[in-house]
Design a protein. Structure first.
Length: 174
């Protein structure tokens, strides 16, 4: 509203309260019908870091599951060989592969700094699908992402990765 007040002052016009009220009402009406803000990374189609962190918090404090029912897997991929980052086409295929492999497991995945971070419910099915996911990622683009390394971290009682994860995060920043 201050910006609109400044606009009227700059135009040397009196502030039109009715115009500002109409603008505010229209803004509120559209905001009610607007799609929610996306929590999806545009390159991979996986969740953003903020959503991933929120999901970890939900699992630890708000969800019906106990903290011991989930774990974190990190699939570290080899860095790009000739440029600063993986190309957008490879990132899109990487995201599709991860979503396809983990579909129906209740897992949440994000990609950051050449690693796929996966919050997953503990169970034989999830573990099997994670191993399949790693294999599919290694096969993408004629083995461009081979070899990948996968590390598992249990969640602590607070729902955060244990100190081992903290050490790994320092060594391999996300």
């Amino acid at each position: 509203m201050n910006d609109f007040r400044a606009l009227f002052v700059a135009a040397e016009q009196p502030v039109d309260i009715d115009a500002l009220q109409s603008l505010a009402e229209g803004w509120a009406e559209v905001a009610e019908t607007a799609a929610p803000l996306s929590c999806t990374d545009v390159y991979t189609g996986l969740v953003t870091r903020a959503h991933f962190q929120r999901r970890m918090h939900e699992v630890s404090t708000l969800g019906p599951e106990s903290p011991g029912s989930h774990a974190l897997a990190v699939i570290r991929l080899p860095g790009p060989r000739h440029n600063r980052g993986h190309c957008w086409t490879l990132l899109a295929r990487l995201g599709e592969a991860v979503k396809d492999q983990l579909h129906g497991t209740g897992s949440t995945a994000m990609y950051q700094n050449s690693a796929v971070h996966i919050l997953f419910p503990l169970g034989e099915r999830s573990l099997s699908r994670l191993l399949g996911c790693k294999a599919v990622l290694e096969a993408l683009w004629e083995g461009t992402l081979n070899p990948a390394r996968m590390v598992f971290y249990p969640l602590s009682e607070a729902g955060t990765p244990t100190s081992t994860t903290t050490i790994a995060a320092e060594r391999y920043p996300r």
